[in-house]
Design a protein around this ligand. Structure first.
Ligand code: SF4
Length: 357
């Protein structure tokens, strides 16, 4: 049998299994997932939408087709009795690995020692439960790339300074978009050194020096080169890209914002997109009336760990669990010591966004 017919058979079997499980299951897929996974999903979104929809889901089982921190967030927000599964528990995120709870606590102490204003953490969704729990304990909030400015502004407007972690680029791009002067933005380097142009006493944002290897490698030369090669082209990038790349691009925005900008652009528009490659390829296929190209092909190998075979295995495990209480594989649990405070930090984000929209 050919590879293509094997894939078609597996897709058919996975769809049949998903239909058999009915309303007991929802499949939530991140935009960066492969097309065959997106085709089977009940909803597709960026990490903010996945967190919000997972918190509203009524199904007993939530299968999160994404990376582990997303499944953890769904598990933190899950209601009593709900179970969250990830088709490949090894789907991690190198950026989320760049800080842990104790490291975040030590950094907050170091910032508090030099900054006059009270400091609260604003933690990017791309972090693990221990860091989200630290955030809740310190009175801070989670954010995503679609609401980082809203969450940061909420805390700054209350006279606080913000410790933004773990993505330096998102923090820096957010600060620039909010018009915060450069001399009031600082970066914590390895070893605890706080670097910046001004006096950290008057600091407003302190950035952890983490990055996403998928986004941080786009360059200004690629932006300029694409524009030169394709007249009329617009370049749109994700704010996890370096500051100068975002400044050189025509637009930047969260995954959802990029999707919306391209979907709503007139037929014949030309776009080069600086973000994860599967997502760019999917938009090119979904919007054939526009020309959508990769600024450079950049794949998140962790996202691509989710495929039909492990999605099928997750659904099969749910079926076996329901039939005979056999062990549920691929389940994501969050240690009780982290759940309550991590949930407070996530709920803080949902509440702030809801109150401001
Ligand atoms: S794209 Fe980057 S931030 Fe997102 S999951 Fe992959 S490595 Fe992590």
């Amino acid at each position: 049998m050919s590879e293509a017919s094997d894939a078609a058979r597996l897709a058919g079997e996975t769809r049949a299994l998903r239909e058999e499980l009915g309303a007991s299951v929802v499949i939530a897929a991140h935009h960066y997932q492969r097309p065959e996974i997106v085709a089977l999903a009940d909803f597709v979104g960026d990490s903010f939408m996945l967190a919000r929809e997972a918190s509203r889901a009524k199904a007993e089982f939530i299968v999160l087709a994404g990376v582990r921190f997303m499944a953890e967030s769904a598990a933190i927000l899950a209601q009593e009795g709900q179970k969250v599964l990830i088709p490949d528990p090894a789907a991690g995120c190198p950026m989320a690995d760049m800080i842990d709870g104790p490291g975040a606590e030590a950094a907050l102490e170091a910032i508090a020692a030099v900054c006059e204003a009270p400091v609260v953490p604003v933690t990017y969704m791309n972090s693990y439960a221990d860091v989200k729990s630290f955030t809740g304990a310190a009175g801070g909030s989670i954010c995503t790339s679609s609401n980082a400015a809203t969450i940061v502004d909420y805390h700054l407007s209350r006279g606080r300074a913000v410790f933004f972690l773990p993505d330096r680029n998102l923090g820096q791009n957010t600060a620039a978009a909010m018009g915060i002067p450069e001399e009031r933005v600082f970066t914590l380097r390895k070893g605890g050194k706080i670097e910046g142009l001004g006096d950290p006493k008057a600091g407003r944002i302190f950035l952890w020096d983490g990055w996403c290897h998928v986004h941080t490698n786009f360059t200004v030369a690629e932006v300029l080169g694409a524009r030169k090669r394709y007249p009329g082209l617009r370049v749109i990038v994700h704010p996890e890209c370096e500051r100068e790349v975002v400044a050189a691009a025509d637009a930047s925005g969260s995954t959802e914002a990029i999707y919306k900008a391209i979907r709503e652009s007139p037929a014949g528009s030309r776009w080069a997109v600086g973000t994860e490659g599967s997502f760019v390829s999917r938009m090119a296929a979904e919007f054939p009336d526009k020309e959508v190209m990769h600024l450079r092909v950049a794949t998140c190998f962790n996202m691509s760990r989710i495929g039909l075979s492990n999605l099928h295995a997750s659904l099969a495990s749910i079926k076996a669990f329901r039939a005979s209480r056999s062990p549920l594989c691929f389940r994501v649990d969050v240690a009780e010591e982290h759940r309550r405070l991590a949930s407070a930090a996530l709920r803080s984000m949902l509440d702030i966004v809801e109150a401001r929209t």
